[in-house]
Design a protein around this ligand. Structure first.
Ligand code: ATP
Ligand code: MG
Length: 488
């Protein structure tokens, strides 16, 4: 399968490297140029459907991004050009969009936003491009395009369902435990659909106070309720022409469910406090990690809504039911972390792999992803050994469905939240930065929080005691008087 091709133009080598790596992880083929002139030469010399999108910096020596945009528009008017802009200089990017740029990306980059913009760009290219080039082929396997890994029979079936369901306008209900990839499937369905060039709008129904769900869904008119100081469109309106992803659908309050049912059935609704009926054209995808039949039995979910949503059911199996995908997933996440952190970890040794295989993974792929991030961040050699794995993988605890943590959180290993007050970030963000300074701050905070107790700190950080000790040695923290405490 051909991957969509992106031409990336920026004079800064670091940016080319980082953004290039992000894009390649997302399944794009990236060609980088350091200036507008060679980029232009490249486009001129290539067949007209070679590139699916161009990403260019605005400020560059020689011809700038606007100049490049103009030249490209003359060469190939349908080639989407996305401009890069530094935080705080959005004005010039907006200017570029007015001049015909497809969209802009603001630095520092937001991964989800990059994905959305590129998916739209590539899909637009597939529709309007000079020929049905590489993008059309990419759209043939949307689950690959969104970066879904795994070739177990269960995953192959899911990929097949996605391919078929993407093409149809039917409502899809995705079920599966937390972290099994429900959102990823929703994105794949959108990307593979004829609405791919339209918006993908997500609403997490569990994250909104019950009283605001209706207005989030359908919008409101000015003065509709206290606090409604201006009128606002809801997610249904925003998703017009695209896909509306209703995440954690079981959490929609019962009294709103009947309105939701009508909106889905009739494709029309009114804003809260509004009289005008608004019509939209969109595709609904819903997801839940609850057993909806049980919620129906508890009289907290309408049966008619359930049947209306469950036209195409997709059930994502938990990781433990397709554990044969583990090596492939580990490889994928290790490579990704290596690129991000500039590390060179090759993988896990046999014993570590055996322990990971025996584990129940209550937090599924997300838990695995988090674990790999921590392991790679703290790795001191090329191969990660069983001894470096956190406690939960040792002894008989391995197959138990019980997360071991100081502050247990829903689903498996503790989602590490050592509050890095000084940096205002948690481990996940810290991993993205990948600096030793961050590692050190993180470890210091954990030690301080536990009065210097290495065992408990390791647990808080989600790594083994041995890894923590060797990290502390490496960073010269072992004899730091400031951190002296219990030291168990
Ligand atoms: N098959 C897969 N290959 C690669 N990465 C995956 C796969 N499935 C899930 N992931 C990754 O795992 C993480 C969790 O996936 P996602 O958010 O889609 O799960 P979810 O089912 O929506 O979870 P939750 O119920 O907690 O919201 C994401 O970072 C996603 O990219
Ligand atoms: Mg989710």
């Amino acid at each position: 399968m051909t991957r969509p091709r992106i031409l990336l133009v920026d004079d800064e080598p670091n940016l080319r490297k980082v953004l290039g790596a992000l894009l390649e992880q997302d399944g794009y083929e990236v060609h980088a140029e350091e200036a507008a002139a060679p980029a232009l030469a490249r486009v001129k010399a290539s067949p007209s459907d070679t590139f699916d999108a161009v990403i260019t910096d605005l400020r560059m020596p020689g011809m700038d991004g606007i100049g490049l945009l103009r030249e490209l528009a003359a060469l190939d008017p349908h080639l989407p050009v996305i401009v890069l802009t530094a935080h705080g200089t959005v004005d010039s990017a907006v200017q570029a969009v007015k001049l015909g740029a497809f969209d802009y990306l603001e630095k520092p980059f937001d991964r989800a936003h990059i994905r959305t913009v590129l998916e739209r760009a590539v899909a637009t290219r597939a529709r309007t491009g000079p020929s049905m080039g590489s993008a059309a082929t990419a759209a043939a396997d949307p689950s690959v395009a969104v970066g879904m890994v795994g070739s177990s029979p269960a995953m192959q079936r899911i990929r097949e369902i996605i391919r078929t369901a993407a093409a149809s306008p039917s409502t899809v209900l995705i079920t599966g435990e937390s972290g099994t990839g429900k959102e990823l499937v929703a994105r794949a369905l959108h990307l593979g659909s004829e609405r791919a060039a339209g918006p993908f709008i997500r609403l997490n129904c569990a994250a909104i106070p019950a009283g605001l769900v209706e207005s989030e869904l359908f919008g409101h008119e000015k003065g509709a309720f206290t606090g409604a100081v201006s009128s606002r469109p809801g997610r249904f309106e925003l998703a017009d022409g695209g896909t509306l992803f209703l995440d954690e659908i079981s959490e929609v309050p019962l009294e709103i469910q009947v309105k939701l049912l009508r909106a889905i059935q009739e494709s029309e609704f009114e804003r809260v406090g509004g009289v005008k009926t608004i019509r939209v054209d969109l595709r609904i995808i819903a997801a839940t990690n609850r057993d909806l039949l049980e919620v129906i039995a508890q009289k907290r979910f309408r049966e008619d809504l359930y049947y209306r949503l469950n036209v195409v059911p997709i059930r994502l199996p938990p990781l433990r039911e397709r554990i044969e995908d583990l090596p492939e997933l580990l490889d994928h996440f290790v490579q990704r972390c290596n690129e991000r952190l500039g590390k060179n970890v090759r993988g896990f040794d046999d014993e570590a792999l055996a322990r990971l295989r025996a584990y129940a993974w209550p937090g599924n792929i997300r838990e695995l992803e988090n674990l790999v991030e921590r392991m790679v961040l703290f790795a001191s050699s090329e191969t990660i050994t069983a001894a470096e794995l956190p406690d939960v993988f040792h002894g008989g605890a391995g197959t138990e469905d019980r997360p071991i943590a100081d502050e247990p959180q829903e689903g498996g290993l503790p989602q590490v939240r050592v509050p890095l007050s000084s940096l205002g970030m948690d481990l996940k963000e810290a991993v993205r930065l990948g600096s030793r300074m961050v590692e050190e701050v993180l470890i210091r905070e954990a030690l301080r929080k536990t009065d210097g107790n290495v065992t408990r700190s390791a647990r808080l950080l989600g790594i083994s005691r041995r890894s923590l000790q060797s990290k502390m040695k490496e960073l010269g923290l072992r004899d730091d008087p400031e951190l002296r405490g219990g030291r168990s």
